[in-house]
Design a protein around this ligand. Structure first.
Ligand code: HEC
Ligand code: HEC
Length: 316
């Protein structure tokens, strides 16, 4: 090998090492400082509101094994995705295996910033892309409700992810592309009711996480917001919820939609499928009248997007 070739090869190795060191440095960067901005209003952090939010936000559904309903929040539920299998961890009040020892700041850091108490990045299979938009008060209400529930003494299972998706530091770059963190800010061009509905749909109930297409990297295609997806992350087809008259909810009346969200029955009389059934059972069926109306207002104002790949059911 000539000297020049050797130098060239050494420089490549050197550049590669520098890149790795830099990436490593980024991965262990300092953890997020969390400041609680909303005053701790006991009315807003009540366990009762927290219980309602735990259901509406899907925390219980995802963090409980469907075959072990008695072990709520003990984790273990499998999420099969193209990136590998995630196992939702134990988030019960157990000190050893759950999050019983977490401070309020730790909890907010997880939901708002997608970071662990040590500052590691969480995988976005934990839908913090939506939860980041919750208020501090609602996050703390959820934590209060978790702490009021019994601890589950069961270790979390490690994920079984394919390389390179098992590299946690990579999530940092994913976040740069697809994660906009921060609490929901009201749109002043819209009514209070609409804003309330948007908060429910986008921050808490995360309808868009299932009903929006994703890029191959797993980020949401925001220009196709709620326009439905065929074979989503877990292979499910979630229909178009926009106002498109042929392939969306354009032909559904307010009553049709609220009937589905409270009873799980579709416009054509079928019972809605498993994942959505859980959303209805644990969440939307428990919405207060005002919240349900707000959610309807938000849905009825979604700009129509045509998507014959994932059409909503149509009436007769
Ligand atoms: C779609 C499934 C899903 C839903 C819904 C969900 N999570 Fe998770 N959650 C996960 C997964 C998967 C992880 C593991 C992420 C990782 O390892 O990076 C996780 C991690 C966590 C962690 C970190 C636990 C630890 O040991 O570090 C907390 C806390 C948490 N979730 C709380 C919640 C709360 C509160 C809600 C409801 C507001 C919720 N999750 C809703 C799937 C979900
Ligand atoms: C965990 C994923 C998930 C979440 C979160 C979710 N959905 Fe769904 N939704 C689905 C799936 C999957 C279906 C299709 C069910 C079926 O095939 O019967 C569905 C069906 C529906 C339907 C029926 C449409 C039709 O044509 O049958 C409506 C309406 C709906 N969802 C509204 C919502 C709203 C509003 C939210 C937020 C409050 C929401 N969904 C949150 C997965 C989800």
């Amino acid at each position: 090998m000539s000297i020049n070739a050797r130098i060239a090869r050494l420089s490549i190795v050197f550049i590669a090492l520098c890149t790795l060191a830099f990436v490593g440095f980024l991965a262990i960067d300092s953890k997020e400082n969390v400041e609680i901005t909303h005053a701790l209003n006991p009315a807003l952090t009540s366990a009762e509101r927290g219980e309602f939010l735990l259901g509406l936000a899907g925390c219980v559904s995802c963090h409980t094994e469907p075959t072990r309903k008695e072990a709520q929040l003990a984790g273990g539920r499998e999420l099969k995705t193209p990136f590998g299998v995630f196992f939702a961890p134990n988030i019960s009040s157990d000190i050893e295996h759950g999050i019983g020892a977490w401070s309020s700041e730790d909890f907010i850091r997880a939901l708002r910033h997608g970071r662990s108490p040590k500052g590691e990045h969480y995988f976005p299979a934990f839908p913090y892309v939506a939860y980041t938009r919750m208020t501090d008060g609602d996050m703390l209400a959820i934590q209060t409700a978790i702490m009021a529930r019994p601890p589950q003494n069961q270790p979390s299972k490690p994920h079984a992810l394919n390389f390179p998706f098992n590299q946690r530091w990579g999530v940092k770059f994913w976040k740069l592309l697809h994660f906009r963190e921060g609490a929901y800010t009201e749109d002043s061009n819209q009514s209070d009711t609409w804003n309330r509905g948007a908060y429910i749909a986008e921050a808490v109930a995360h309808c868009g996480e299932c009903h929006t297409e994703r890029y191959p990297t797993g980020g949401l295609v925001r220009s196709r917001w709620m326009a439905g997806v065929k074979n989503g992350l877990q292979g499910e087809t979630a229909p178009n919820l926009t106002q498109d008259p042929k392939t969306g909810l354009g032909g559904w009346s307010d009553e049709d939609i609220s009937f589905l969200l409270t009873s799980g029955l579709k416009i054509n009389g079928d019972v809605v499928g498993s994942k959505m059934y859980e959303v209805v059972e644990n969440g939307t069926s428990k919405l207060q009248k005002d919240d349900l109306e707000a959610l309807l207002k938000y849905l009825k104002n979604l700009p129509p997007i045509h998507n014959p790949e994932a059409p909503a059911a149509q009436g007769f």
